[in-house]
Design a protein around this ligand. Structure first.
Ligand SMILES: NC(=O)c1ccc[n+]([C@@H]2O[C@H](COP(=O)([O-])OP(=O)(O)OC[C@H]3O[C@@H](n4cnc5c(N)ncnc54)[C@H](O)[C@@H]3O)[C@@H](O)[C@H]2O)c1
Length: 283
């Protein structure tokens, strides 16, 4: 039996944004190791399709339609899952969107949506589930989706970066809160490097300024050419979760490089700077 099966088989996994990309990869992996998977997504058809994929290979899964930008929807999810299943072994607050463009050109609605999905979706996932997890007293895991962007800086990506820095900070504080409470809840910061998904697809750009179009295309192509295989990345990260680590990276060397750059920047209190490669991508 693998470590993942030892820790997770027979438990319930709740994964937001599981209709596509990393959430779907986590959901399929959780199903394959014997978890009952709640595939939660704003896109009901996509969630249904992923749940069906899991059931088609003899796994257990159900779809749940929700919008993580609405705190009450996360309460509804937590209530429903605990009501019907009694416990949750793994919660992955994964749903997220990319927003590109100069900070002052991004319209109010897109700014609000980015903060609401990427940051508040994680915060309210925790707020809705943790009291019930604490009450159950069982060992469980919460993985919040940060990014290598949590440690970097990038012009025309401020809306996304600010949410990912904030999620990293939130997970660090939450980890300490669990320590204070002596709670059997592992808090993990999940840090994908670059994994091939739909996040930079043109259909996800509604509300972005026109000036962001070229950058989105460049990022899309870079991900398609150099991104890690989705299922492989999710297998690596699922193993990291099972090991109970705080730092769960798909590409640990990339994470280490970016953190080393940030540490040097902070230590030197130097001006923000970008590489020629970054400049070429965004100009
Ligand atoms: N792909 C990468 O290389 C990468 C790198 C770093 C971090 N991440 C993070 O991983 C997470 C998943 O990204 P992905 O690349 O798989 O993207 P993706 O676009 O392929 O999938 C995101 C999923 O979230 C869902 N979603 C969007 N808004 C939602 C909402 N309001 N409520 C519920 N579901 C919603 C979408 O319908 C979609 O199914 C995000 O938090 C992203 O920031 C990804």
């Amino acid at each position: 039996m693998s470590l993942e099966e030892e820790k997770f088989a027979g438990g319930v996994a709740v994964i937001t944004g599981a209709g596509s990309g990393i959430g779907a990869g986590f959901a399929r992996r959780a199903g394959a190791i014997g978890m009952h998977v709640i595939v939660a997504d704003i896109d009901d058809a996509a969630a249904q399709a992923v749940a069906r994929q899991i059931r088609d290979v003899s796994g257990k899964a159900e779809a749940f339609q929700l919008d993580v930008s609405q705190p009450a929807e996360l309460d509804r999810l937590a209530h429903d899952v605990f009501d019907r299943h009694g416990s949750v072994r793994l919660l992955v607050n994964n749903a997220g969107i990319e927003t590109l463009g100069f900070a002052w050109e991004i319209p109010v609605e897109r700014w609000e949506k980015t903060l609401d999905v990427n940051l508040h979706g994680v915060v309210h996932g925790v707020r809705a589930f943790v009291p019930k997890m604490l009450e159950s007293g069982a060992e469980c895991w919460i993985g919040n989706l940060a990014s290598v962007g949590s440690f970097g800086m990038m012009p025309t990506q401020s809306a996304y970066m600010v949410t990912k820095h904030a999620v990293q900070s939130f997970s660090e504080c939450l980890f300490l809160e669990m320590q204070l409470k002596q709670a059997p809840i592992h808090v993990c910061s999940i840090i994908p490097g670059m994994i091939r998904t739909n996040i930079f697809n043109a259909e996800n750009s509604a509300g972005e300024p026109d000036s962001a179009e070229r950058f989105r295309r460049s990022m899309h192509d870079m991900m398609a050419n150099y991104g890690m295989d989705l299922e492989e990345g999710c297998a690596v990260m699922m193993r990291g979760l099972a090991e109970g680590k705080f730092w769960v990276s798909s590409q640990p060397e990339m994470t280490a490089d970016i953190i080393a750059g940030r540490a040097a920047f902070l230590q030197g209190q130097s001006d923000p700077a970008m590489s020629d490669q970054t400049r070429a991508l965004v100009e």
